[in-house]
Design a protein. Structure first.
Length: 422
């Protein structure tokens, strides 16, 4: 039975494609021929990537009436060009390089790459990647840089702990956080030249004073002036990063103001706090019209298993692939936090973690969170409603649970019968 498809044979009449490099780019433009002959006119030119040359190229594209400009995601070189053409009113598409594979057996040059990309674009054989609007891009720049500084601070703190271990100072064995008030006072004393374990232990505050004897043992080592010099540099770096992070948090609070309503809605999800909501808005945006369904969002984020089939048989491991690392990081943290709550998401995490492991549980709960995010941001009237930790108990009755258990045993090779007389 023949079924109607949604494919369109319409050709983009005036299209341009850019093969972008660091120092120069190749621009291919294809427009209709004269006299209605159906032939296409083509122009291929090379431009330096300096701003003045790009402005000349933009004017040339405007003269030719180009409506759509397509480029590959080449490193970060595409960013300034994308923003410049977007500001000039062009419909700019960023496409994944995997969708633009050059035909094998043919020469490969910048010119041929630009022509091939242009032909694919005019026949609508490409899909645009998600590039958020300017306010979200600014927010994303701050949140991503903040994540990088947090990682740098964590690395610096780990170097401090390794340095103390090298000096046989076992402070991290006694104190859960060596960078707390007590820990920083003790480290400052070490830098100042204090080596007496009893004096260093007396710097403990609050609950740490219950561990004075252990602290004296921990500070019995061979901390030298060399260690003190390096420790001072490391702590200075940690303090500088703390100051930078405070400034970034202030800037983030300023940029997130227009999206405060979206942040408050996402904050309703178990495991999602204010900071996680900021990161989700920065990576996904607040406008879900870019993703027609929740499934499109999940697929874009690479939280859905890939589908590969040949001759009726599935191929591959069904892995999700690699998506946005910043989004994956925050979803992983949120999933783990939700797993500690007495909610539906928490119970879902624990059930899957018991059977399939924590990594699969994180992906599954992350996918559920993305679905919730899509619905909350797509419908202003939608509100989060927790199904409850007992959802599975009410949904799966005793008989169904028994059948599931029998299938699991049979999969392990056991022979199971429900007839006692058998």
């Amino acid at each position: 039975m023949l079924e109607e498809t949604q494919d369109s044979d319409q050709i983009i009449q005036r299209v341009a494609a850019l093969d972008v490099g660091k120092a120069e780019l190749t621009c291919c433009v294809r427009v209709p021929g004269q006299g209605g002959s159906g032939r296409r006119l083509q122009e291929v030119r090379t431009y330096p990537t300096m701003t003045r040359s790009l402005l000349v190229m933009a004017d040339r594209l405007g003269e030719l009436g180009v409506t759509r400009v397509v480029m590959e995601a080449t490193s970060d070189y595409w960013r300034s060009l994308f923003y410049l053409l977007e500001a000039h009113g062009f419909e700019v598409w960023l496409v994944n390089a995997r969708d633009v594979k050059h035909l094998p057996g043919r020469p490969k040059t910048d010119t041929l790459d630009a022509v091939w990309l242009c032909k694919l674009a005019e026949r609508q054989m490409l899909r645009p990647s998600f590039v958020p609007p300017r306010p979200i891009r600014q927010l994303r720049d701050v949140t991503r840089y903040r994540a990088d500084l947090v990682a740098a601070r964590t690395a610096e703190k780990q170097r401090v702990e390794k340095l103390l271990e090298d000096a046989q100072i076992k402070l991290s064995v006694v104190a859960s956080d060596i960078f707390g008030v007590s820990g920083r006072a003790m480290l400052a004393a070490l830098i100042a030249g204090e080596r007496d374990p009893k004096v260093l232990a007396q710097l403990a505050r609050a609950r740490m004073r219950a561990k004075l004897s252990l602290l004296e043992e921990a500070f019995t080592g061979h901390f030298s002036d060399q260690h003190a010099f390096l420790l001072a540099k490391m702590l200075g770096r940690v303090d500088a990063l703390d100051a930078d992070l405070a400034e970034l948090d202030a800037k983030l609070a300023e940029l997130i103001t227009p999206f405060a309503h979206a942040v408050d809605r996402l904050d309703e999800i178990p495991g999602v706090g204010q900071l996680a909501a900021h990161l989700l808005v920065a990576e996904l945006g607040a406008d879900m019209t870019r993703f027609p369904t929740a499934g499109h969002l999940v697929s874009w984020a690479k939280f859905a298993p890939g589908v590969s089939e040949s001759a009726g048989n599935p191929k591959g491991s069904g892995s999700t692939g690699h998506g946005n690392p910043y989004l994956a990081r925050v979803l992983g943290e949120v999933a783990v936090a939700a797993g500690k709550t007495d909610t539906f998401l928490g119970e879902r995490y624990r059930r899957i973690a018991r059977r399939r492991g924590k990594r699969r549980a994180i992906v599954a709960v992350g996918r559920s969170i993305l679905v919730i995010v899509w619905h909350l941001l797509s419908d202003p009237e939608a509100h989060f409603h927790d199904l409850g930790a007992g959802f599975y108990d009410t949904r799966i009755g005793p008989e169904r649970a028994k059948r599931n258990h029998i299938r699991q045993l049979e999969a392990l090779g056991y022979k199971v019968t429900l007839d006692p007389a058998a």
